[in-house]
Design a protein around this ligand. Structure first.
Ligand SMILES: Nc1ncnc2[nH]cnc12
Ligand SMILES: [Zn+2]
Length: 356
């Protein structure tokens, strides 16, 4: 059992549920979905992590899957990031990056995630001598295979680490130019406390010049002013997390008026103690107030579930109704960085599902 109150096994299986709940969970699982907030390193499953640590001779202080699962008792964002960066340190070769991406894309297929916008964080691997070319060759090969084999739709977000300097971010943005066509947007992640959006003003302005779309984590652990600064100083189009907006009525009203998408991650918020329990999560209240909220998994290997488990947990904890689930999924497609034709195509698939 984890701190969400949902064991990973139970979250992944509906067998123990009463028949009606099982039917609703199956309906949610089959619903066409979109994931906009997923750190690829956060999809590294413990078994794969251990296998890669051994293959690449990386010493880690965990000997078994159970050991890693025990380490997933987080008290805040930083306590999670310590394990997350340790996990990512075992990735070293092009094949490692291929398999990491392919494992997640297979999960997309299984969970009816028709479109995924995936954060890639090359600064994480650089201290181990892993080059951007190694990382990108592996990721792009997996995406090409998934697109060819089952038509998976994927866009990549070049995500920068805010605990590192803006100069280091600008260096990476320059280094990434040969891979420009593979990125739709930039993002900003890692430790939010003590790293306000304004520290990355030049980065966002350079990315805008390159016609990249803009998003950033804000209002996960940081205060509501980080959300308004991300909008006003960085010029982002959507906010990753943003749940601390509930503390500031005028900000909520602005987000509603301007229909700024929030990529909310319910299970993550419980695991990282952003909210105390899922029952207290504000996502459905925000939806009912007319905000453009979406459901996402953030780091599924560490937080007890992928996208379907986030949707079904909202059903179990908050009694989410079918029309609310459809509205959340629709918001996801609307808030995506897809072009209009592809977005319309995927929304039509969701509409057909709703009518079936
Ligand atoms: N929830 C999160 N917040 C900030 N940075 C992250 N990197 C991976 N997961 C994150
Ligand atoms: Zn995140």
């Amino acid at each position: 059992m984890n701190s969400t109150g949902v064991s990973t096994e139970a979250a992944l299986s509906t067998e123990a549920l009463p028949a009606e709940e099982r039917r609703e969970h199956d309906w949610l699982a089959a619903m066409p979905k979109c994931e906009l907030h997923l750190h690829i390193d956060g999809s590294l499953q413990p078994a794969r992590l251990l296998e890669l640590a051994e293959k690449n001779a990386v010493a880690i202080p965990h000997a078994s899957v159970a050991d890693i699962e025990r380490a997933c008792e987080f008290t805040d964002l930083q306590s999670f990031l310590d394990l997350y960066y340790l996990g990512a340190s075992v990735l070293r070769t092009e094949a490692d990056f291929y398999h990491l991406m392919m494992d997640y894309l297979r999960m997309c297929r299984q969970q009816n995630i028709l479109h995924a916008e995936i954060m890639v964080e090359p600064q994480t691997y650089a201290p181990f001598g892993v080059t951007l070319d190694v990382v990108m060759r592996g990721f792009v090969a997996a995406i090409d295979d998934a697109r060819r084999e089952w038509g998976q739709s994927v866009l990549l977000i070049l995500s920068f680490l805010r605990h590192l300097s803006e100069d280091s971010a600008l260096d990476l943005l320059r280094e990434a130019q040969p891979w420009r066509e593979h990125f739709v947007a930039i993002g900003l992640a890692s430790a939010e406390r003590d790293h306000p959006p304004a520290q990355f003003r030049r980065l966002y302005s350079a990315a805008r010049e390159l016609n990249l779309r803009l998003t950033a984590h804000a209002g996960e652990e940081g205060p509501p002013t980080f959300i308004s600064d991300a909008l006003d100083v960085l010029g982002v189009e959507r906010i990753d997390h943003g749940v601390r907006a509930v503390e500031e009525a005028s900000l909520l009203e602005r987000l509603r008026q301007d229909q700024v998408p929030l990529t909310v991650c319910p299970l993550s918020n419980v695991r990282l103690c952003v909210v105390d329990t899922l029952q207290q999560h504000p996502i459905l209240d925000l939806l009912e107030q007319g905000l453009c909220v979406t459901v996402n998994s953030d780091d599924p290997a560490y937080f007890g579930g992928y996208l379907n488990e986030n949707y079904t947990a909202l059903r179990s904890a908050l009694g989410m109704r079918r029309e609310q689930a459809l509205a959340l999924s629709r918001n996801g497609f609307h808030a995506s960085f897809l072009g209009p034709d592809q977005r319309a195509d995927l929304l039509a698939r969701l509409d057909r599902y709703a009518a079936s």
